[in-house]
Write a protein of this length. Sequence first.
Length: 352
Amino acid sequence: MSGKAGGRGRLRSSRVLAVLLGALAALVAGCSTAPIQQSTSSSVAATAHLRNGPSTATLPDSDVVPVTATPTITLPATVDSVGHGKVTVTDTSRIIAIDRNGTLSNTVFSLGLGSRVVGRDRSTTFPSASRLPLVTTNGHTLSAEAVLALNPTVVLVDEDTTPPGAVDQIRNSGIPVVAFTSTRTIATTPALIRDVAAALGVRQAGEQLVTRTEKEIADARAAVPNPSGNPRMAFLYIRGPRLVLMSGPQSGADDLIAALGGTDAGTASGLKPGFTQVTTEALLSANPDVILVMTQGADSVGGLDGVLALPGVSQTSAGKARRVVQMDETEMLSFGPDTGKVLGALARAIYV
């Protein structure tokens, strides 16, 4: 599969969650978090183009839309599996695709192979897959027993799928397991689609899906006002009122914000890479014009009104205008075939 891409625009959705889980563990253990370097920068002056009031960004389609109903399948397919060399796939009649954000299963369905998928992870919640049996437990933990019980002919994972022993158990059973990079970026989305398509023997459908996805990304970028005014946007990861983290550089959320024409408030206020628990003072220093949250996080504090009631939020430019935008976590951080749709939905929720 394709290697990790460098440069600007890194959006590591799977590793973002890994960083967040690490931060949560540190908090539970009573470890202190690094202080945020305060910034004296103020919010942008011109924000007339921003939409006031809380809003929810939703995708235009409630379900995955396959690029074709009858993809041409050419097997066997021999491809690179991250960390495990070459893997040959000879049968795609029973597919299981697993990763933390549901990106791989979304890609398989988008390629027109949804009818061949026999199991799902907890992040795969779109309607056409929602009735499939779960193969992950306790959040995103893979159950080798649940996978083997479904008798798959090929299993797709990413390099961060856990526990590694479960993946090895499936691999040792003789079932082809193809591992993909866990890096999720806007720039490398086409490569991921091509890699999945190659592993399943549907390269032509892969090219069709790449073309559609790249057009949707371009359309979404065009929907962002130019000039945008570079509004400050803060991505808050919330799990109850006592766990509120703000994104900084190399968090992944900073790239999402840049694509939306904004300035990452956490980075601008001096946060260290990743996510950091915020104080009221730090939030006021960052002073975002827009706050982005995941719907599940907002729900953990009572919804969007609960987010606005968090300490310090009401005193920011975003809080004064009630500019809090929520989006389902399985959509906001997926960054597969729906990348353009996600960006477009957020742009519509942010700008007038």
